[in-house]
Design a protein around this ligand. Structure first.
Ligand SMILES: Nc1ncnc2c1ncn2[C@@H]1O[C@H](COP(=O)(O)OP(=O)(O)OP(=O)(O)O)[C@@H](O)[C@H]1O
Length: 571
């Protein structure tokens, strides 16, 4: 059976127009009012799907329920102008008919909106055909809903709200098109992030790198650190002795109250991490000691051309060097941020050759310039045993099945976190470009507004991290580099990145601006987004655009509790 036995009728079509969140234009949503007879057994939920006849024969329009209100005919015109005794009498009568259960005078006004799909005899297809007012509206059965909404054979991430259907998604595709988790503090963002990471580790081959500024994930995923090849990386040193390191771990991490009874077990797990050499101290070079990049070299050559003391005879040769450098970078897909390496030496030698052919004297500034760049490149920086960002990038890109899969980077200092993330993304991207592989890598950025804020400032390094993350989101997919970001305030985020995310998990967002931004980005009705205000901790609205689900249907679900999964994992 495709439909439930009960059906209703389409009574009204309303178009609601409002200014966009940025106030620059306007956006309209179609809202439909459907009347369904009231009965005690009527099973309606926010998110229930309906089908209504349209102007095209044999084609129904699919609607999603955003809200519903029971109505009694007897109370339609009952307002304060009617004397109190009569009001009381009418309401008593109405109360008894609700209790009796069924009457022609009672119905439910259902507010629903079209989700861009049509149902035909050959199945579902994208599109919109105006529905016929007054015609019957049917409720999709549980099985029809499951087939339309869930990804067959996919990974279960929770249960559809009110329907007890396991919500299965295409996790690989969700990864590829980046994901976002948006909710007010305390709604369960870290919990959902951790349970999604568990599934990524179990059901895909992706490596996972978590940039953790609130030092939460080492505890939330401690069983996973033990289960998989992992590294817990910190910018602070832990004591050499594993039992001292365990004490420091428990002191510096918040163990959720719900896990108080297994605090010792968590301590044991931490000690195993230190004993098993799964913890690393990450060396951060002192500020200012950054390496020269290709962009720096371009700037240096340009300044030679612009310098009034550079002899005129040499300027065309510097221009030629600049042109060749630009060509070389384009051909080899080298970005300005890539660290200068010895692949550029043949280019410098070619420039010296041209200068010699032009008959320039050996002490000309172009020769001095070239030889100083060459000597910079060939001077090996002293080999250090410290685990630094370059070694980390190499480990992340390592394709050996025995290499680490889960990397938790504990970065409590924000400036340091931004600088490190920017540098890590640059290293990973430039190495990936040079040695391509399709091994997926997922970067998880909790508190993403700290890395890609709306307002970037050079002083606090957010400019660095913001441009690196933006690049990762825009171009990462080509190189199998993916991102999951999570934030509590969309207003504080660089909203350029929102279009790059194709899967959103939304829970309570108290500010209308944040909800409006999501509804505009995905074309989801405001009425549905407003329902997120009623969600409880651990309940989410999943919105996907050609990614997680077979059809782009916003779906409400309740996520499993990561703490239960952690508890089971530790047993
Ligand atoms: N799916 C869930 N089922 C049951 N309880 C949950 C679920 N998700 C979260 N919780 C509980 O809600 C509380 C807050 O969760 P969490 O720390 O993940 O929220 P958050 O949004 O990350 O908060 P913050 O922004 O403060 O970091 C936790 O105590 C957790 O146990």
């Amino acid at each position: 059976m495709e439909f439930e036995s009960v059906s209703g009728r389409l009574r009204e079509v309303r178009v609601v127009t409002r200014p966009t969140a940025d106030g620059r234009s306007s956006v309209s949503f179609r809202n439909f009012v459907i009347e369904i007879p009231y009965s005690r057994d009527l099973k309606l939920n926010i998110g229930t799907l309906l089908a209504v006849d349209t102007m095209e024969e044999g084609t129904s329009l699919i609607l999603e329920v955003a809200d519903f209100i029971p109505v009694h005919y007897g109370m339609l015109n009952l307002d304060g102008t009617i004397p109190k005794e009569i009001r009381d009498q009418v309401m008593e009568g109405v109360e008894s008919s609700w209790k009796a259960g069924e009457s022609k005078e009672m119905w439910v006004d259902v507010f629903a909106y079209p989700i861009g799909y049509l149902m035909t005899s050959s199945g579902f297809k994208k599109g919109y055909v105006p529905p016929l007012p007054g015609t019957s509206v049917r409720i999709l059965s549980k099985e029809a809903f499951r087939k339309f909404v869930c990804y067959e054979g996919g990974v279960e991430i929770g249960k559809v709200l009110g329907q007890d259907i396991p919500l299965t998604i295409n996790l690989n595709k969700a990864l590829v098109y980046h994901m976002g988790i948006f909710a007010f503090t305390g709604s369960g963002k870290s919990n959902l992030t951790a349970s999604l990471i568990r599934r990524v580790l179990r059901y895909t081959d992706a490596k996972v790198i978590i940039a953790d500024i609130s030092m939460e994930y080492a505890v939330l995923l401690i069983d996973q650190i033990l289960e998989h090849n992992s590294l817990l990386i910190s910018t602070e040193r832990y004591p050499q002795n594993p039992s001292d390191a365990r004490r420091k771990f428990l002191r510096s991490h918040v163990v959720p109250e719900e896990l108080d009874d297994i605090r010792e077990k968590i301590g044991d797990a931490a000690e195993s991490i230190f004993r098993g050499q799964k913890a690393r101290y990450l060396y951060m070079p002192p500020e200012g000691s950054v390496e020269l990049t290709y962009g720096d070299l371009v700037e240096l050559v340009k300044s030679q051309i612009d310098d009034k003391y550079t002899a005129f005879a040499q300027k065309p040769l510097f221009s030629l060097l600049l042109k060749r450098l630009d060509q070389f970078m384009r051909e080899n897909k080298i970005s300005k941020e890539s660290v200068l390496d010895d692949t550029v030496i043949p280019l410098l030698e070619e420039a010296s050759e041209r200068a010699r052919e032009a008959g320039l004297r050996e002490n000309s500034s172009i020769f001095t310039f070239i030889s100083s760049v060459k000597s910079y490149i060939s001077t090996e920086s002293p080999e250090s045993n410290e685990y630094d960002v370059e070694k980390l990038a190499i480990d992340i890109l390592d394709r050996d099945p025995a290499s680490s899969r889960l990397f938790i980077l504990e970065l409590p200092n924000l400036d340091e976190a931004r600088e490190l993330l920017a540098s890590l993304i640059e290293h990973v991207m430039s190495r990936r470009k040079r040695a391509f592989s399709n091994l997926p890598i997922l970067f998880v950025l909790d508190e993403a507004q700290e890395f890609i804020p709306f307002d970037t400032r050079q002083r606090d390094k957010s400019e660095l991290s913001s441009s690196a993350v933006e690049k990762l989101l825009r171009h990462g997919r080509k190189y199998h580099l993916h991102t999951l970001i999570s934030t509590q305030r969309l207003a504080y985020l660089n909203t350029n990145v929102l279009q790059q995310l194709h899967t959103y998990f939304i829970s309570t967002l108290p500010r209308p601006y944040d909800r409006q931004l999501v509804s505009e980005t995905f074309g989801v009705s405001d009425a549905l987004l407003d329902r997120t205000l009623d969600l409880e901790v651990g309940q989410w609205l999943l919105v996907s655009f050609k990614a997680s689900l077979p059809h782009d249907v916003p779906v409400f679900f309740s996520a499993p509790n990561n703490l239960d999964e952690l508890r089971r994992g530790l047993q």
